[in-house]
Design a protein around this ligand. Structure first.
Ligand code: GAR
Length: 186
């Protein structure tokens, strides 16, 4: 799994595996922000964690090459971007064809890119949500695996809406991993 921030989706996926709701194992977390919440959760959960700081790389391709090496060394079958806030290059997408997943806090194709929750609030929509999808080179695009809708309530602010969307993310991400694996199995 790749994470940049708090790591709540990372922890939810670990929990799904440990409770056997998902027949999978999280073997490695990679973080790009030293000391981020995800890194702290990995230590608490006993999941190996590797720092690959994008600030140490001259460009996106160099960062992605380091990610590919780490994933290959860990012999992973799937790579899950769980709040990975870096744009990936075709290098990573092509190294893990149909094996690279992302979770995004909107009903794609609405509100791609940064701050999807803020975009939804600014647009005044009454319904938003989250999407787990396979990654393609275009940002926040690719075949949808699972979506969940979340109503925007009167009086919602960024924090309250984000919290409800995240609860749905934690529910759909394990389903998306199972679907991606089933798709590969044919
Ligand atoms: C999640 O809400 C995820 O959808 C979002 O970052 C958050 C990470 O939370 N990802 C994106 O916006 C990617 N475009 P977490 O670190 O607590 O899992």
């Amino acid at each position: 799994m790749l994470a940049s921030g708090q790591g709540s989706n990372f922890e939810a996926l670990v929990a799904a595996c440990r409770s056997q709701h998902l027949n999978a194992q999280v073997v490695l977390l990679v973080v790009n922000n030293p000391g981020c919440g995800a890194e702290q959760r990995a230590a608490r959960l006993g999941i190996p964690c590797q720092r690959i700081n994008h600030r140490d790389h001259p460009n996106r391709a160099s960062l992605d090459s380091a990610l590919i090496s780490a994933c290959q060394q860990a012999q992973v079958d799937l790579v899950v971007m769980a709040g990975w806030m870096r744009i990936v290059t075709p290098l990573l997408v092509e190294a893990y064809p149909d094996r690279l997943l992302n979770i995004h806090p909107s009903l794609l194709p609405s509100f791609r890119g940064l701050d999807a929750v803020g975009q939804a609030l600014a647009a005044g929509v009454q319904l938003t949500g989250c999407t787990a999808h396979l990654v393609r080179p275009e940002v926040d695009a690719g075949p949808v695996l699972v979506q969940a809708a979340v109503a925007v309530l009167a009086g919602d602010d960024h924090r309250s809406l984000s919290a409800r969307i995240q609860r749905q993310e934690h529910r759909i991400l394990p389903l998306a991993v199972a679907l991606a694996a089933a798709r590969l199995a044919g």
